[in-house]
Ligand binder design. Structure first.
Ligand SMILES: [Zn+2]
Length: 279
């Protein structure tokens, strides 16, 4: 599956188009089987039946156009259903999961930037790129991305995990994360966030990998780091509990589709390799 991102509609395209349609935190899907769904690839007639609004062109999957949109009615045609965007992972091809995240961010940005933040006039969509321009004062706004660091801190054979106050699952622990502040490097952010949240100083910060996280507009930037000094002292406004965990004694952790899950898996694999080496 090949997705080309573009705001410009090409001259040639198929009758049917992929529609990424949102309502609250849900996306509209077509049921294929019990655990599999697909993004609706529909013609103009079917689009009219669903009564979509706020349509925005996103790009092409092969010869099919892709759009994001909202809806203005609750009743859906047969075979369609709503599914929470987070739970779409694993029920759909990974390529479509990633376009769905992109579509969500473009949809939200179009909805949230209808008016100029400087003078309050109604903004207009630019036809050539994803940008909204104010006709009165010329302020241009682009889709917003909020960078956030996420770090696996390791001390000897243990990883630092914490339970955030706002985690929906009250038993789940994860690696520490936080938003980058203006004027800060990513490494400075890693040091500040970990010290603020759990009172630990870290060193040897290394880039791991990144992940787009459309809830609502984050770019998660993953790092690994080593413990330098300090005792765990949690910031009770953000963290409910924190501790050092061995690879064979982990609490409930995020799934492997998340960067947090991948960082914890990296720690576990490293630990296992060391065990094999010692044997
Ligand atoms: Zn303006």
């Amino acid at each position: 599956m090949n997705f080309t991102k573009t705001a410009r509609k090409p001259a040639l395209f198929s009758d049917k188009a992929y529609f990424f349609i949102f309502s609250d935190n849900n996306i509209l899907v077509k049921e294929k089987s019990e655990n599999l769904v697909s993004i609706p690839c529909i013609d103009k007639k079917s689009v009219a039946k669903i009564k979509v609004n706020e349509i925005c062109f996103l790009g092409m999957v092969e010869k099919n156009c892709c759009y994001c949109a909202g809806v203005s009615q609750d009743r859906l045609p047969h075979q369609f259903k709503w599914i929470n965007l987070r739970s779409l992972f694993g029920k759909i091809d990974n390529g479509f999961w990633s376009i769905a995240g992109y579509a969500r961010q473009i949809y939200d940005w179009n909805m949230n930037f209808k008016f100029c933040g400087r003078c309050g006039a109604k903004t207009k969509k630019n036809k050539n790129e994803h940008a909204r321009i104010c006709p009165k004062c010329n302020l241009t706004s682009y889709p917003r991305i909020s960078p956030a660091i996420i770090t696996a801190v390791v001390k000897d054979n243990q990883i630092l995990l914490a339970r955030g106050i706002q985690f929906p699952n009250k038993k789940m622990f994860s690696v520490l994360a936080g938003f980058v502040e203006p004027g800060e490097t990513l490494e400075e952010c890693v040091k500040r966030e970990i010290f603020e949240e759990v009172g630990i100083k870290v060193k040897n910060i290394h880039y791991f990998k990144s992940q787009s996280w459309p809830f609502p507009d984050s770019l998660m930037i993953g790092f690994t780091a080593a413990y330098e000094s300090g005792e765990i002292l949690i910031d009770t406004k953000e963290i409910a509990e924190a501790g050092w965990f061995k690879a064979d004694n982990l609490p409930i952790i995020p799934g492997q589709q998340t960067l947090a899950g991948e960082l914890i898996e990296w720690f576990v694999l490293n630990e296992n390799e060391k065990l094999i080496f010692i044997k």
